[in-house]
Ligand binder design. Structure first.
Ligand SMILES: [Fe+2]
Length: 599
């Protein structure tokens, strides 16, 4: 990390540090005071532009306002990567690919010069903070810090994997937390661009007709319908190197030389014609099955590669805990296999392992490692964003003439909502502070009965307007999780933030048809009461009514939109889809009789 001029001049006891991630995808800001996160939010949740990569002015403004601070009050502003190193990578790759890159080179230069390189000036001019207060971490240091410093472990091996940061695409190392300072994160080895597991997976994401950096989870969902019949072909694209890492055969890719296409014509020769984005996937057709088999095969190779890396990291460090960071750590199938096969007994994945979480990671890295502040235990939840205002919902819905209940008695509200769910109604559920990260973990969720495939089909058709092959996820009280799901030792921890895919017990697959994927698996959330007491109470009340305390829990957004933040966004979504009931805080809104399309 770049040194500031006078670290002694800062009073470590009241340090206020703002972390920022921006300019790639999922911009975010996070604020820590006295070593503790105070708030964090993704720009997309405020700007309402999905995966907003712009400099996160709205997020920064909200963080400062939330904490009652002026930019002047900040002791440091930390950007989550080193722009000049990133520029170096873009420049080097463009020159290596010349003359093939000559058309894209000016575009890369323009965007890099315009935004990425002059980050210090951007921060300084937007926030009015002196340049000496602006620090930079390395991209994978931010991922590692987000994964390790917020996890409930004192010593752990660390593995970070993503598409690319500056040059690194994967790092391995370990961390130690020190109560009297002395916290360390050591990442002695890395794999460098263009060799990248994230880019390999993204090339298949593009080949299968999905959006890169956004739809990788659709590839994972599609994999459940396929068989890994072309693993040998995928292995031609990636080979293990003598040092236990990996290298891509670049003849099959183009992402390193042009922004226009991820894979080359040789890739197409190997796997056949790509899927066009607007073509539906017909799994009963030969092409549909070929695409599903491709997804299953790249998923298998990704898992094998990560398990091999994690296993050798375990042997090398002798540690029992592993922290996973980077966007690839969103792959729940891979995480489950790492837990099962690498030798680590506990595996931690933060709720926001991707670049949004880097805002928090960068701030924590600066605090613990650059400034040497004492370690603090960080609350083990993802709820760092704006809180929902139930009164706001009551006001808007009343003005529109919708039936509104203001219910001050918590038990009554929970009971009513459980009745709704037991009667097959779909509930939009907004509670407290917004999650950081891509998963709805109980504060901005669409909830529904998990019984029967009809609910899955109804949600796909009337609520989420999305591809049918994508599974929904369940939420269950942690104490009851084992009854319905095959959770291995250490698995409950991964299920805390929906970070792993486990098997639904065979005897429950039919009864939990809405959340059981075609291959019998699901990405469950095992909920601790202390993390989200209201949702926990709702699960119990629902369990009392139906005998099974398992609800379908999907993110509260429509396809192509960010997860809702404020009550007004929840209300707007409620109006535009088949959600029957909307609950925000103590307010419960139902549709007008004329709007209810089905009973
Ligand atoms: Fe990243």
């Amino acid at each position: 990390m770049q040194a500031i001029r006078s670290r002694d001049s800062i009073d470590a006891g009241s340090m206020k540090i703002l972390g920022i991630s921006a300019h790639y995808h999922d911009s975010a800001a996070a604020l820590i005071i006295d070593g503790m996160p105070v708030c964090a939010v993704q720009e997309e949740r405020l700007s309402r532009r999905k995966n907003d990569a712009a400099f996160p002015l709205l997020a920064i403004e909200w963080c400062l306002q939330h904490a009652g601070l002026e930019p002047d009050d900040l002791d440091a502003v930390v950007f989550y990567e080193r722009p000049m190193l990133k520029f170096d990578r873009i420049l080097t790759c463009a020159l290596r690919a010349f003359p093939r890159s000559w058309q894209t080179f000016p575009e890369a230069m323009k965007s890099s010069l315009g935004e990425k390189v002059w980050v210090r000036g951007t921060i300084s001019s937007y926030l009015g903070v002196p340049s000496r207060k602006i620090l930079f971490t390395r991209h994978h240091q931010s991922h590692a810090a987000a994964a390790f410093l917020a996890a409930p472990t004192d010593r752990a091996a660390i593995l970070t994997t993503d598409g690319v940061g500056e040059w690194a695409t994967l790092t391995v190392g370990h961390g130690t937390r020190g109560t009297n300072g002395g916290t360390t994160i050591t990442l002695p080895r890395e794999v460098r661009f263009p060799h990248s597991l994230g880019m390999l997976y993204s090339a298949f994401t593009a080949y299968l007709g999905f959006a890169i950096n956004e739809d990788e989870y659709k590839v994972m969902g599609l994999a459940g319908y396929g068989r890994p019949t072309v693993v040998d072909k995928v292995r031609r694209l990636i080979r293990q190197t003598a040092d236990g890492a990996f290298a891509l055969d670049l003849d099959y890719f183009e992402f390193h030389s042009t922004a226009r296409r991820s894979y080359s014509s040789r890739f197409v020769d190997l796997f056949g014609p790509p899927r066009l984005a607007y073509e539906p996937i017909d799994l009963s057709s030969a092409d549909g099955q070929r695409f599903a088999d491709c997804a299953a095969s790249v998923q298998c190779v990704l898992e094998d590669t990560l398990v091999t890396l994690a296993r050798s990291l375990h042997e090398e460090t002798g540690l029992s805990d592993l922290c996973l960071g980077g966007g690839v750590a969103l792959n729940g199938l891979a995480n489950a296999r790492i837990l099962a096969e690498s030798g680590f007994t506990r595996v931690f994945v933060p709720p926001a392992p991707g670049d949004a979480g880097c805002a928090l990671g960068a701030a924590l890295y600066a605090d613990r490692i650059h400034f040497g502040s004492p370690d603090r235990d960080i609350p083990d939840h993802p709820f760092w964003g704006p809180s929902v205002d139930g009164m706001e919902l009551a006001r808007i819905a009343s003005e529109d003439g919708h039936p509104v209940d203001r219910c001050e008695d918590e038990d009554v509200l929970i009971g009513q909502t459980a009745d709704d769910l037991a009667a097959g109604r779909v509930v939009g559920w907004m509670d407290g502070a917004l999650e950081l990260g891509p998963r709805a973990l109980g504060h901005r969720s669409i909830l529904a009965s998990a019984a029967g495939t009809e609910m899955r089909d109804r949600l796909n058709r009337e609520v989420k307007f999305r591809d049918e092959f994508r599974p929904f996820a369940p939420v269950v009280p942690i104490e009851a999780a084992d009854r319905y799901f095959e959770i291995p030792a250490g698995g409950a921890r991964l299920a805390r933030f929906m970070s792993a895919v486990f098997r639904v017990r065979p005897e429950w697959r039919a009864a939990l048809g809405a959340i059981t994927h075609v291959d019998g698996t699901t990405r469950l959330q095992a909920l601790d009461r202390e993390m989200s007491p209201r949702l926990y109470a709702l699960l119990q009340a629902y369990g009392q009514r139906t005998g099974v305390p398992v609800l379908l829990n999907t993110s509260f957004n429509l396809s192509g939109e960010p997860i809702v933040n404020r009550a007004v966004e929840g209300y707007s979504t409620f109006l535009r889809c088949g959600i029957d009931v909307l609950v925000a805080g103590q307010t419960r809104v139902t549709k007008k009789t004329s709007e209810v399309s089905r009973e």
